[in-house]
Each structure stands twice: as structure tokens, then as C-alpha cells.
Design a protein around this ligand. Structure first.
Ligand code: Q46
Ligand code: ZN
Ligand code: ZN
Length: 339
């Protein structure tokens, strides 16, 4: 290859001709730092509109973990002028890594540079008397890993805070890599119920459930990371110590290999699935009669698990009478910090 040709291959920003910081093959688009930021924010708005996620009058609760995805999402929604507050759940995960402590530090650092933000905080130990690893050990759920207790608790708390505080929608920072990995896993196992529900918007199918949206679902993880870096967001780089060996990581690696061989395939896989579903070219159904939602007798949140939801069952024993059962489930305490 001659010198001239190699020079020609240096990617240039499509808008201004300056050297590009990113090239996105699926959009055939190279952009410089300034125009990438602009494009990223506008593309998020296009995703919000495409899937009818929310409008400017809605109150949005953003689930923030301190990682790049959730902080970048909070940053973008604020820039777009949406009324977006944060929710941080202090899981109490340390395991020698200070994971939870560093996560909250990252969020506070982020807020310090952006006056006017409001963060709702629920600390597991403070509200429920136990951290996530302690709760998992006591209830013996999840074969030595606290992830099932953690996922269950996060879902319950996010829903409770959103409804109690009157938010219209809960927004999470799931990106394309997350969504494609879940889609891949569900397709391999033909989990038709999950495939029916996998969507950038989860409607509230019951008055006790909040609507959920994923405005970053069409961004590759590396695109979100690039945005966080060019915006100077100091996020928590370390993953939760319990994420090592998670099955979704395995599916992400498989998809990354596919992506290396055939760039753009992750984007195609996910967006074509959504398009085909929207056009009615493929349809999936929940297994009939299996998903009946009833309010939990203790907390009132809808559950498929019978009379008492899985969250409340971490405290309630089967031999307890209803009055006693109501008393043993701790109540959520919410703190608010503003910047
Ligand atoms: S579930 Fe498991 Fe995550 Fe909870 S314990 Fe950590 S890895 S944070 S998404
Ligand atoms: Zn440019
Ligand atoms: Zn309950």
C-alpha cells in the first residue's frame, strides 16, 4: 500500500473534516470529538421518539449505578432538557474492592459538576438491615452468588421508588451489547415468553408496575464508553466483583467474536429483530395461563409467584400468620441528595 493511499484512509469527520475519534460502520459515519457528542445526544433523542419512550412533560427516574452507561444516560437526558432524577441503590458490595463505596463516589463526583440534579438513595443496610451479600447468605438463594437476590431486590426497589415518588417512567442504561446478548441467549433457548417481552419499552401492564425504557439500546458499548470519555465523565471503571463468570458475559464474548468477523452484525441482529416484531413478521406469545399478576399480600407489588412476592419471601416464613408477616418485612427508607 502506498503512502498516499494510507494517508487517504485516516478517517475524517463527515461534518467538519477534522480527524475523527470514532468510526461507526453500521452508520457509515466517522466523527470528530465535537460532532460525536452532538450526534450521540441527537441519536438518543431519535431513539426516544422512535419507540415513544417519554415526552418533555414526563418525570423520569434514571437508575444510576456509577458506571459509564447510567451516568452517560443521565448526562444526555439532562442535556436534552428532560426532568430526570437519579436513583442509586447502595447494595453494600465490597469483597475487598470497595465496589459500592466507589460507585456512590463516582455519582457524587458527576453531580458536583452538574448543579441542579436530584439523587434518590436507597441503602440496603439502612433500609433492610442487610447488604446484598448478607441477604443472599441468609436466604441461601443463588448458589453462592448474590446475583439473583440482587436482581430481585433492585427490580423491587426501583419499582417501589418510581411509583411512590410519582415518576412516569424508569430509564436504564442498557446498551446494544446488553440487549443483543439477552436476545442471543433467549433465542438459543427459544424462550418465547422473554422474546415476546424483549423491547426498548416495557409497558406497565399493571397499575403497580412502572413503565421501563432503554434509551441507549441502539448504542454499542464502545460508543457509550467513547461518549463518557469525550464528556469527561469519571465513572466507576470496575465491574461488580460478582459479575465474573456471569452467563451474559459469555454470550457477549461470543457476539464480540461474530462482530469482529462481521462488523455491524450485533446492530443488525438486534434492530432487525425489533423491526420484524413491529411489522408483525414474527410474533411470540407468553405461555398461556402462566402469567397472572396478582398483588403481593404484604407489599402490594404485582407478582406471578402466588400470594407473597419473592422479595417479601426473603423475610416471611410459610408458618407466619398474616399480621406477623406484615411486620417482618422492613420498609424502604429514601434519602435525597441534590447538587
Ligand atoms: S447482579 Fe450480581 Fe450485578 Fe448485583 S451482585 Fe453484582 S453482578 S450488581 S448487574
Ligand atoms: Zn467534526
Ligand atoms: Zn411483596
Amino acid at each position: 500500500m502506498g503512502e498516499g493511499r494510507r494517508h487517504h484512509r485516516v478517517p475524517r469527520c463527515k461534518r467538519c473534516g477534522q480527524p475523527a475519534v470514532i468510526f461507526m460502520r453500521q452508520h457509515r459515519l466517522a466523527l470528530c470529538e465535537t460532532h460525536y457528542q452532538e450526534w450521540f445526544v441527537n441519536y438518543t433523542q431519535r431513539t426516544i421518539e422512535k419507540y415513544h419512550m417519554f415526552r418533555p412533560e414526563h418525570r423520569i427516574l434514571v437508575a444510576v449505578s456509577g458506571g459509564k452507561d447510567s451516568l452517560a444516560l443521565w448526562d444526555v437526558l439532562t442535556q436534552l432538557g428532560y426532568k430526570a432524577d437519579g436513583l442509586y441503590i447502595g447494595l453494600g458490595i465490597d469483597e475487598g474492592t470497595r465496589y459500592s463505596e466507589l460507585s456512590l463516589e463516582a455519582i457524587r463526583g458527576f453531580m458536583a459538576e452538574r448543579p441542579g440534579l436530584r439523587l434518590n438513595i436507597v441503602d440496603m443496610k439502612e433500609s433492610y438491615g442487610e447488604t446484598i451479600p448478607e441477604l443472599a447468605r441468609r436466604t441461601r438463594r443463588g448458589r453462592g452468588k448474590p446475583c439473583s437476590v440482587c436482581g430481585l431486590s433492585k427490580r423491587h426497589i426501583m419499582n417501589e421508588v418510581a411509583l411512590r415518588e410519582g415518576y412516569d417512567v424508569l430509564a436504564t442504561g442498557h446498551n446494544l451489547d446488553d440487549e443483543a446478548a439477552v436476545l442471543f441467549q433467549n433465542t438459543l433457548h427459544w424462550q418465547t415468553g422473554y422474546l415476546a417481552r424483549q423491547s426498548p419499552v416495557l409497558e406497565a401492564t399493571h397499575p403497580g408496575l412502572v413503565r421501563k425504557v432503554k434509551p441507549f439500546c441502539r448504542f454499542y458499548e464502545r460508543e457509550v464508553a467513547a461518549y463518557a470519555i469525550v464528556r469527561g465523565i469519571e465513572y466507576q471503571y470496575d465491574e461488580c466483583p460478582f459479575s465474573v463468570g456471569a452467563t451474559t458475559i459469555y454470550y457477549k464474548e461470543l457476539l464480540n467474536r461474530l462482530e469482529r468477523q462481521s462488523p455491524g452484525s450485533k446492530f443488525q441482529f438486534y434492530t432487525q429483530f425489533l423491526n420484524a416484531k413491529k411489522k408483525g413478521l414474527i410474533t411470540f406469545h407468553e405461555p398461556e395461563g402462566e402469567v397472572v399478576l396478582r398483588p403481593c399480600r404484604i407489599c402490594g407489588q404485582p407478582t406471578t409467584a402466588g400470594e407473597i412476592c419473592a422479595f417479601c419471601r426473603m423475610w416471611v416464613r410459610p408458618d407466619m400468620d398474616p399480621e406477623e408477616a406484615k411486620k417482618v418485612v422492613p420498609t424502604l427508607k429514601l434519602r435525597v441528595e441534590t447538587s
